[in-house]
Design a binder for this molecule. Structure first.
Ligand code: NDP
Length: 434
């Protein structure tokens, strides 16, 4: 804590993992002897840089850019870039730390990293976003590469931004290095299913958890928070499995649509028009209710999928949800549930899938994109989706088996943390004190 003052989200993420590791350290004293815990929470490299750009009025704007290369024991650093005004070092480090274990859990050869900027893409023109991305990459390019560090998208970074970033990388380096970024457009090195992968994966994971109780999603009342990439694709997948998704949100409010969210309309508004939930409410008219501010979890559900941002679901929300008959929660976002909320879910017997496991489908499909780039191949939607499904089922089963092995059956938090940690710790041990 003294080494990293003020980085509250990073502290929260480290405590959450370390709290579950005691049985591992008892079983593997060699990890403590090699100071694995001390090393694993110290990033291998942290880069902070100035991002100057010129807005449409001709005024110079300055943002701060970050890339935290956290751990490369299993492969090149891998993790998204977040563009959001709330981004500072503590957020990037929490995300990078989580990413180490998530990536290990996928079983793919990828290390952990994360980056981003306090740039706010909201309300900016395409030309402004492009100039910002070009300036950001003008510094970032020297730190990344197919064998070094492979960024992707996250909040505020979708296909448009990855396109501008890739264009600038190619221009500066004079290399068509497809494997340097993931989340690319399908016609220029991207993978089918990558845009859908995180949201689809969350739903596949929750479905696996429900199966352990002889249940499924058919007819279940579901709330998905957020209305970005992860949320929209989670809604689509849950609906395809027969769920009734009744609510979704943005940072200003939420909509309750008892007939089921119209996902095509939502996609049109969010992805094409770059509009807000208020626009969705207007278009649906009297059929829906819009609540400005407030908590989406007040709508009550059997299955809750928080897919917006960190710490968006607290203990009050957990209480409301449990009272409404909650069965399962899977984290589409990173660390969306507060520690107190998780504790309440677990003591109430609610199935709880932590983000490290439940939202790993996105990065796993990014690793599939890297495989396709390396072999100069592109796979069909069906083939790629089958791979994603296998990966999510494996992650679920590995978490469940590890939880059982370490005396905490049904505790996916313990299962995910320990399974990911042991894999990384073993590799760090083998690679010596570096
Ligand atoms: P998007 O930018 O596409 O969407 C983010 C959504 O969350 C928007 O609806 C946004 O609303 C809302 N949101 C963002 N910040 C806040 C906030 N501070 N308070 C309330 N709502 C907020 O991002 P993604 O869908 O890609 O990411 C969502 C979450 O999923 C993040 O936690 C991300 O780290 C995680 N994730 C994403 C992966 C991916 O593949 N994209 C992979 C794994 C995890 P508004 O428009 O009003 O800001």
């Amino acid at each position: 804590f003294r080494r990293n003052p003020g980085e509250i989200e990073f502290h929260q993420a480290v405590v959450e993992v370390f709290d579950t590791l005691e049985p591992v350290l008892r079983k593997h004293p060699e990890f403590a002897e090699a100071a694995i815990l001390e090393r694993i929470c110290e990033p291998e490299r942290q880069i902070i840089f100035r991002v100057p750009w010129v807005d449409d009025k001709g005024q110079v704007q300055i943002n701060r850019g970050f890339r935290v290369e956290f751990n490369s024991a299993l492969g090149p650093f891998k993790g998204g870039l977040r563009f959001h005004p709330s981004v500072y070092l503590g957020i990037v480090k929490f995300l990078g730390f989580e990413q180490i274990f998530k990536n290990a859990l996928t079983g793919m050869p990828i290390g952990g990293g994360k980056g981003g900027s306090d740039f706010d893409p909201r309300g900016k023109s395409d030309a402004e976003v492009m100039r910002f991305c070009q300036s950001f990459m003008t510094e970032l390019y020297r730190h990344i590469g197919e064998y070094t560090d492979v960024p992707a998208g996250d909040i505020g970074v979708g296909g448009r931004e990855i396109g501008y970033l890739f264009g600038q990388y190619k221009r500066i380096t004079n290399r068509y290095e497809s494997g340097v970024l993931t989340g690319k457009g399908v016609s220029w090195g991207g993978s089918l299913v990558r845009p859908e992968a995180t949201g689809y994966g969350v739903v596949l994971f929750v479905d696996e958890m429900l199966k352990t109780r002889g249940l499924n999603l058919e007819g279940q009342r579901v709330i998905v928070s957020g209305s970005g990439n992860v949320a929209i694709n989670a809604i689509a997948k849950a609906q395809s499995l027969g769920a009734n998704v009744v609510a979704c949100s943005d940072s200003q409010g939420y909509v309750v649509d008892e007939a089921g969210i119209d996902v095509d309309l939502l996609r049109e508004i969010k992805e094409v028009e770059r509009g807000r939930m208020t626009d969705y409410a207007k278009r649906r008219g009297n059929a829906v209710s819009y609540v400005a501010g407030g908590s989406i979890w007040d709508a009550g559900a059997a299955v809750a999928l928080p897919c917006a941002t960190q710490n968006e679901l607290n203990d009050d929300d957990a209480r409301t949800l449990i009272e409404s008959g909650l069965i399962a929660v899977a984290e589409g976002a990173n660390m969306p549930c507060t520690p107190k909320a998780i504790e309440m879910f677990q003591s109430a017997g609610v199935l709880f899938g932590p983000g490290k496991a439940a939202n790993a489908g996105g990065v796993a499909t990014s690793a599939l994109e890297m495989q396709q780039n390396a072999s100069r191949d592109s796979w069909s939607f069906e083939h790629t989706e089958r791979r994603l499904t296998e990966i999510m089922v494996n992650i679920h089963d590995r978490c469940a088996a590890t939880a059982e092995e370490y005396g905490a059956p049904g505790n996916y938090v313990v299962g995910a943390n320990i399974n990911g940690f042991v894999k990384v710790a073993d590799a760090m041990l083998a690679q010596g004190v570096i």
